[in-house]
Design a protein around this ligand. Sequence first.
Ligand SMILES: NC(=O)c1ccc[n+]([C@@H]2O[C@H](COP(=O)([O-])OP(=O)(O)OC[C@H]3O[C@@H](n4cnc5c(N)ncnc54)[C@H](OP(=O)(O)O)[C@@H]3O)[C@@H](O)[C@H]2O)c1
Length: 318
Amino acid sequence: MSEQMNAAFIEEYGELTNVTTGELPKPEAGEGEVLVRVKSAGVNPVDAAVVRGMLKDAIPGEFPLVPGWDVAGVVEEIGHSVSRFSTGDEVYAYARRPKIQHGTYAEYISLPESYLAERPTNISMEASGGIPLVGLTAYQSIFDFGELKEGQTLLILGASGGVGTLAIQLAKSVGAQVIGVASESNHEYMKELGADITIDYNDNHVGEAVKEARPDGVDLIFHCSRGDSFSQVMETGVLKEGGKVASITNSNPEISDDIEFKYVFVEPNAEQLEHITVLADSGKISVPVTDTFSLEEASEALQKIESLHTRGKLVITP
Ligand SMILES: NC(=O)c1ccc[n+]([C@@H]2O[C@H](COP(=O)([O-])OP(=O)(O)OC[C@H]3O[C@@H](n4cnc5c(N)ncnc54)[C@H](OP(=O)(O)O)[C@@H]3O)[C@@H](O)[C@H]2O)c1
C-alpha cells in the first residue's frame, strides 16, 4: 500500500459540511515536480464554491476532491529535472491546476516547480500561506490590467478582506492613493494597512461618499465585493476620463462601453509571487491572519469564509 497522508476532502459536490477528514495516498514528486509539506493553506471564498460544485462546468473535478489553492510549506522531495528548489526550501504557490482534485487542504501536495516561489522570510509561514491567491489577484488586477502608478487614486470595493488587504498594500508600494470601502469596524484596520480614505458601505451611498472625498475622481476602480457599492459608484461617475475598472466578482456588469473594463480571473504566476516576496521582505506587505483551523475544522473555515465578511486571511495549518 502506498504511503498515506491526512487530508480534508469531499466525495461529491454539495454542502460545506460534506467535507470530511481522513487518509488519502501521499503524492510523489513526479518529473519536474516538487513535493511540498503543507504548513499553511489559505482559505478563500472560491474553495467553498468548489465544494458546492459551482465551478464544475468551468473546471473539471475528480473525487475524492481535496479543496484549496493556496499553499506555503517546506520542500520535502524534488523530482527529476527540478533545478530551482532543494529539500528544505520554504516555498509558496497558487496551486490551481487544470483539474480540481489534489488541493492544499492536505499534509502534502506535489506541484510543477513552475508554480512555486520562495516564500517571504519576513512574515510567518502561516501568513505566507494566505498570500498567493489574493496577492496574485490584486497584482494582476491593479498592475497588469490597471497599470496603477504613483500619484494615481485606486478605489477598492471590499478592501478589508483577503484581496483588499493585499491590494491596499500593493497600491501603496507604488505610491498610489487608496480609498478603501468596507464596514466601519474595519476602517482602523484598512488605515493601518495604508488606506488614505475609508468609506462605510452600510447606510451610505458609496458613490456620493467617494465624490465628496475625491471631487476629481479616481483612476482605477477595483471591484472585490458583492452588494450595491459597485452600481452606486458607477452611477455617480467618479471614474476619471480614461480611468479603468477591474472586477473579480462580476464578469458582465452593466457599464458604458466607453469604459475600459476587465473581469480578472487569477492565474498562477511564480514570477509575480517572487516580486511579492521581495515586497514582503522589505516590510511593504503583511498579512494579518485572523483565524487558523486544523484540517478537521476545514468545513468550519469554509462556512466562515463564505460569509464574505472576514478580515485579513483565514488559514488551515495541516
Ligand atoms: N476572479 C478572481 O480571480 C477572484 C479571486 C479572488 C477572489 N475573488 C472573489 O472576490 C471576492 C472577494 O474575495 P476576498 O477573498 O477578498 O473575500 P473576503 O476576504 O471575504 O472579503 C470580502 C470583502 O468585501 C467586503 N464587503 C462585503 N460586503 C460588501 C458590500 N456589500 N459592499 C462593499 N464591500 C463589502 C468585506 O468587508 P466587511 O467585512 O466590512 O463587510 C470584505 O472587505 C469574493 O467574492 C471572491 O470569491 C475572485
